[in-house]
Ligand binder design. Structure first.
Ligand code: DC
Length: 226
């Protein structure tokens, strides 16, 4: 079975997908991490992000691997080196939409994404899973949340375990919100595989639902299709 979860940044896709994978023993595929790996590698090598051909070559040549036992946090390695933290910096956030808009980058990632679903039940999350990667997925969800709430979640996630003042948090939420809106706009307006809901996707707004509630809703959809 394939469960596709698409939606904008910070809508809760990763957390929800992780929980479903853990509870149902599905494989989890974080496709955003793959585009992040391309952006991070280009930035660290000093490759010109405007050089489409060079970025596409890079995407085809790097070896991206996930190591995650079901339900655990995904670790990602690029050419054998762990880059799980490095792909989540604000610098990667700011540049990933540019590289993920290149058709050659997308086709290189698509091959790996489809291979991951061979012989496995999988919950895959991203922007084009239900529309392009797995158009025949049995369950498709389009997950959204209020933009400010999404920005707040990102900030709290970034500072998990630290004690920050409310003012400091709110200031960072403002900054993150602006960056997040920029990224949503780029992801939704690109020509190839834009962020749009599949026609047959079930829309879930997670703003006022707990993680467990959203997980239950999706598990209900899975049960209906089994
Ligand atoms: O889910 P995320 O924030 O880690 O995704 C990072 C970026 O990768 C996102 O801004 C757009 C791109 N992406 C994509 O184009 N297609 C996907 N299926 C997943 C992510």
């Amino acid at each position: 079975m394939i469960v596709a979860i698409d939606g904008p940044a910070g809508s809760g896709k990763s957390t929800i997908a992780k929980e479903i994978a853990s509870q149902l023993h599905f494989k989890k595929l974080d496709t955003g991490a793959m585009y992040r790996a391309v952006a991070y590698t280009a930035l660290s090598r000093g490759t010109d992000l405007d050089d489409e051909a060079a970025i596409e070559d890079l995407a085809r040549s790097i070896d991206i691997r996930f190591t995650s036992a079901t339900g655990e946090d995904t670790m990602i390695s690029i050419d054998g080196v762990d880059a799980s933290k490095e792909i989540r910096t604000p610098q990667v956030d700011a540049n990933v939409s540019k590289v993920s808009a290149y058709p050659g980058v997308r086709s290189a990632m698509l091959v790996h994404q489809r291979r991951a679903a061979e012989d496995a039940d999988i919950v895959a999350e991203g922007r084009d899973i239900g529309t392009v990667v797995f158009p025949h997925a049995e369950v498709k969800v389009f997950l959204t949340a209020d933009p400010r709430e999404r920005a707040r979640r990102r900030v709290l996630q970034r500072h998990a375990g630290e004690s920050l003042s409310c003012d400091a948090i709110e200031a960072e939420v403002d900054e993150t919100l602006a960056a997040l809106k920029r990224r949503d706009k780029l992801d939704a307006s690109r020509e190839v595989a834009p962020l749009v809901p599949a026609e047959d996707a079930v829309h879930i707004d997670s703003t006022s639902h707990s993680i467990n509630e959203v997980v239950s809703m999706i598990e209900q959809l899975i049960t209906e299709k089994r």
